[in-house]
Design a protein around this ligand. Structure first.
Ligand code: HSE
Length: 440
């Protein structure tokens, strides 16, 4: 009789409950794929299971996650508690420290402590796997680590947060407010417990930091990610983007440039018709550019069934002895990343200005751009919106006029300096809105 792989599961939230269900429902299939049964031996949970319908069978309840990590009745610890600190960190360290394999979906933990955990795993001959930490059901870790093992990667970018993509999609398609769409995403259970993690771009930043390491063979450097969220995106931006042939997405981008590796998260304009632009709702997408192939993976980035499938895939690898270094090469061989400063970022820009509606304003804006040698692809001035005091007489109306600029490729520095110069001339009624354009 072949010995089963005995699983200790820490965390019975949405993903943990879905893992229990998948291990039970696909027991025979998994045993065939893994060459031996995979069984839940013990679990630990501070709350009752999220899904009351799950059957925990004969699994033992262990009160403390660190005790579970060290429990002699398990072969592998599956950490699904989340959070970059304790108890997740001490639990994972306890298991790896005694040479016990760990499978986790914890993007914050891997983004912040991935390299030290990989070193600890290697030192003790343990496996550390985290397919579920990035883009849920999309097998992007394996794609970068094994599938593209022979390719030289130049850029990885994508929609890595379903909550933000859901909000931006609903706002654009239904002309609804940001606040309204966020409430709906929370009601549907997409958002993190603290939605600032989603909408502020921090969840995406953790994920792109992990992908950067895998793509470029560098130590994870989450501190280097330039992060902007979607809070400032207005319906006016989404409508202008639509009219100009773009969609707005929150992208995580990691790119090799002449100045180093750029890691950035920000709302981004992508051309309508590109694969990324058409990925709507809660779906995620990851595009990879390499010397061998450019490809885009699209799929569910969150939720029980998708994320548990990634956790169980790591369990199958472990059960049948397939092993990879966590970041695709021994931790000692990971390179120190050279950070590319955001001011040196090069690309096209969308700029929305609220311009004071009087003669000479356009000339002032054009002069500011020309002063930084910024070439404009298009410039559109719209009719001012309803004026505060009503009336049609332009002389009595001081309401600002929206001016939309699309630039050809320029640098972040040049755009910031040009806008500061225009602001100094007193022709803007509000802070400029700037959205970077990503070539796809
Ligand atoms: N809150 C995340 C999202 C869940 O919306 O994509 C998966 O990390």
């Amino acid at each position: 009789m072949v010995e089963p792989l005995k699983v200790g599961l820490a965390g019975l939230g949405t993903v943990g409950s879905a893992v229990v269900r998948m291990l039970a429902n696909s027991r025979d299939l998994l045993a065939l794929r893994a060459g031996r049964p995979i069984e839940l031996a013990a679990f630990c949970s501070k709350d009752p299971p999220k899904d009351k319908g799950i059957d925990l069978g004969k699994a033992r309840k262990v009160a403390d996650p660190v005790a579970l990590a060290k429990d002699s009745g398990i072969d592998v610890l599956v950490e699904l508690m989340g959070g970059e600190g304790d108890p997740a960190k001490s639990t994972v360290e306890a298991a790896l420290g005694m040479g016990r394999p760990v499978i986790t979906a914890n993007k914050a933990l891997i983004a912040k402590h991935g390299v030290s955990l990989a070193r600890l795993a290697e030192k003790n001959g343990a496996t550390l796997a985290f397919e579920a930490a990035v883009a849920g059901g999309i097998p992007v870790i394996k794609t970068l680590r094994e599938g593209l093992g022979g390719a030289k990667i130049s850029r990885v970018y994508g929609i890595l947060n379903g909550t933000c993509n859901y909000i931006l999609t609903r706002m654009q398609k239904e002309s609804r407010s940001f606040a309204d769409c966020l409430k709906e995403a929370q009601r549907l259970g997409y958002a993190e417990a603290d939605p600032t993690f989603d909408i502020g771009g921090f969840d995406t930043a953790h994920k792109i930091a992990i992908l950067t390491s895998l793509a470029f063979g560098t130590e994870v450097d989450a501190e280097a990610v330039h992060v902007e969220g979607i809070e400032t995106i207005s319906l006016a931006d989404l409508e202008s983007a639509d009219q100009l042939g773009y969609r707005v997405k929150l992208l995580g981008v990691a790119q090799r440039t002449e100045t180093g590796i750029e890691q950035r998260v920000h709302p981004t304009m992508v051309p309508k018709g590109s694969v990324i632009a058409e990925v709507d709702g809660v779906l995620n997408a990851v595009a990879i550019d390499s010397d061998a192939a450019d490809l885009t993976l699209v799929g569910p980035g969150a939720g029980g069934p998708a994320t548990s499938s990634a956790v169980v895939a790591d369990l199958v690898d472990l059960a049948c002895g397939r092993r990879s270094p966590p970041f695709g090469r021994p931790a000692a061989n990971l390179l120190k990343p050279k950070r590319a400063p955001m001011q040196r970022h090069e690309g096209g820009y969308y700029i929305r200005l609220a311009a004071v509606d009087r003669p000479g304003t356009m000339a002032t804006i054009a002069k500011g751009m020309a002063g930084e040698k910024i070439s404009l692809e298009s410039i559109v001035q719209r009719h001012p919106g309803p004026r505060p005091h009503g009336g049609d007489d332009p002389k009595s109306a001081e309401g600002p006029a929206p001016v939309i600029l699309i630039t050809y490729a320029t640098t972040e520095d040049a755009v910031r300096r040009a806008l500061a110069a225009v602001e100094r001339e007193g022709v803007l009624a509000e802070k400029p809105q700037v959205i970077r354009i990503e070539k796809s």
